[in-house]
Design a protein around this ligand. Sequence first.
Ligand code: ZN
Length: 291
Amino acid sequence: MQASHHAKIRLTSLHVFEQIAEMICASSIMTSRNEFEYCKSDDSLTEKLRVMKKRRLDVIPIIQGDDLDTAQISRYVEQGDMEKKIEQGCRWCEEASTEIGSCDYLSYDLQMKDVISRFSKRAANSKIPFFLIDSTKQIVGLITVADLDKTAAKMYFFAILCELELSLLKIISGHYKGLKEICSCKYCREQRGKRAEKEFSGDTLEEYHYLNLTELLHIVGESENIRPAHDRIKSVLALDRCDDIIRLRNAIAHPKPLVWEEFPLDKLVKVHDIIRNLILILKNDANGQPQ
Ligand SMILES: [Zn+2]
């Protein structure tokens, strides 16, 4: 039958999105060495501050040497520090600079999930989050929090959200015997009513194919007969993070910045951790279940 054939394609494509997510790494989102703004130690602090403000750069590295390709990079300047240093009478970039430490480096091929995790650790202290990207001991690029708005980064979040959605769908379909048996709360009854009003017909696809991400999360979190996923998902979602997952998905789907005032970096990394955690729980539960 057409319907079951269609349904099977959707469910067997599980983990393709995870594979896409794994292909996106630090090099996918970095600003490469020949594109990033830099300064020399004897550059004027006032002039560099003007350039940084104009280009909205939080941080720039200082190079030692004239040739960018061979220059050493061991210090950086932050926009926030520069104004204070100018007030104190400093004139040159070197005087406002900070030494780059080993924790400021990321490997060129580090996967996005680990890039986010490094941002998470960095966000915990007050330093401006940025990383230098190295490959075979040479600096090849720079990543700042602004790079999380690049298309490749959004593709990563899109891929893990799709993976989550398909994993939830798979768990629910494995337990599906009619949604009334799975959840009969007021919210689910209303959602079913809305679908019925739109002349939803079960002839082409099962009703669970029409569930949106909010409903998928809710059903697995609320339905005690979806075990063992239910118990663990309920504990993960206990902090009411469901709304943040939906907000992240909306931010990915629309051309607005991902990291902005209402969705700061620390919140983004928390939501990322929850999504990865949910995918892992669902993956473990799905093992051994019929396709
Ligand atoms: Zn419900």
